[in-house]
Design a protein around this ligand. Structure first.
Ligand SMILES: [Zn+2]
Length: 260
């Protein structure tokens, strides 16, 4: 699998809601997208094994284009996650990307990637809730399904048949459309509720307050201008999660009910 397609898949991770915050195509340069035009694509059908392989390969790609922290961020994350050995039965693989982006994602190959920008704004409890939320998307197969959907959409745009492989030859405008389809893709409210519930429980299991998930959502809303405290004009990646307020309300109610 060529790197260029991996770039698209990697973008899909960040943009399709695999991550808690969609943050734009910043990790994929136009040249990379253009090269995808010449990438050989496999069939419209894709097996779970292929999805698993693509997960690992696309995370490897993400690792190669991001600055992986080897210092204090990495130390903090490993310390926080020291009791967590697996995601869905798969050994975890942790890395911090050193970037101001407020983001994180997890994938079915056990990879958990946390952006230092997220670590800067979240305290330990909130950070763990966010990580638990991302793990929830993996456990609930949201990540896998989103990836599959992205792949299928890409293959369909290449007008591939349902069997066999075809060499795609795409104009940049078509590639732009593909990128747009990732940009617009997002998890359903139901999927987000379920991932929030996973983050809620994960934080508690790791010894943190039942309010951790709620607090992290409130913080994200503030950062993204869904509250009066936010300076205008701030890039609002999180606005792709329009019903965040309802999610936060549910998490607050769950925290209040916890232990009663
Ligand atoms: Zn989510």
């Amino acid at each position: 699998m060529k790197r260029s397609f991996l770039a698209l898949l990697a973008a899909a991770y960040v943009l399709s809601g695999c991550s808690i915050l969609a943050s734009g195509l910043s990790n994929v340069d136009p040249t990379t997208l253009a090269t995808a035009a010449n990438t050989a694509m496999t069939a419209l059908t894709i097996s779970d094994e292929q999805i698993a392989q693509l997960s690992a390969q696309s995370v490897a790609y993400m690792d190669s284009v991001n600055k992986v922290d080897k210092g204090a961020y990495d130390t903090r994350l490993r310390k926080l996650m020291s009791k967590v050995k697996t995601v869905n039965g798969v050994p975890i693989n942790l890395k911090v990307y050193k970037t101001n982006e407020v983001n994180a994602f997890a994938c079915g190959d056990g990879s958990i990637r946390v952006y230092s920008g997220l670590m800067d704004v979240m305290d330990d409890a909130e950070l763990m809730a966010v990580i638990g939320h991302e793990i929830g998307h993996v456990v609930n197969k949201d990540t896998k399904n989103a990836m599959k959907k992205t792949y299928m959409a890409y293959a369909a745009r290449l007008a591939l048949g349902s069997t066999g492989s075809v060499l795609g030859s795409l104009s940049t405008s078509v590639l732009g459309d593909i990128a747009q389809s990732y940009l617009n893709a997002q998890y359903s409210q139901k999927q987000e509720f379920a991932a929030d519930a996973a983050g809620f429980q994960f934080a508690i299991d790791q010894g943190y307050s039942p309010y951790s998930m709620y607090n992290s959502l409130v913080k994200l809303m503030k950062l993204n201008g869904e509250s009066s405290t936010k300076p205008s004009g701030t890039q609002t990646a999180f606005s792709s999660h329009p019903a965040t307020e309802e999610r936060a309300a549910r998490m607050k109610a769950a925290a209040e009910a916890y232990g009663k």
